[in-house]
Design a protein around this ligand. Structure first.
Ligand SMILES: [Zn+2]
Length: 103
């Protein structure tokens, strides 16, 4: 089987989400849950390149939350994800947990 040409990116980042630290190397379960992929730190939509310096390993959740927002660094990505997760958390509490006791 041919190796993924981006395999070395996963190895560089130790099969760990660079945004939240979720790791996928310890066990199949971790790996399966993390659902790691390669993310463009600066989305291609915003002119991000395919250079290795613009590529990081990210878990499915971070990748989905970050989406194609304008972003220029890992630190900024973390801020974007944290901000959006706050909104998601409020949404969860309002519509899913339906419980205002814990806010
Ligand atoms: Zn993550």
């Amino acid at each position: 089987m041919r190796k993924d040409p981006r395999h070395h990116i996963y190895e560089r980042d130790n099969w760990t989400c660079q945004y939240c630290g979720r790791g996928g190397i310890e066990s199949f379960e971790d790996w399966n849950e993390a659902w790691l992929a390669i993310d463009h730190i600066m989305p291609k939509k915003h002119g991000g390149s395919d250079e290795e310096s613009n590529l990081v390993v990210a878990c499915h959740t971070c990748n989905s939350v970050k989406a194609a927002e304008m972003c220029s660094s890992i630190a900024e990505a973390k801020e974007i994800i944290a901000r959006k997760n706050e909104g998601r958390k409020r949404w969860f509490q309002k519509f899913v947990a339906n419980d205002s006791a814990d806010t």
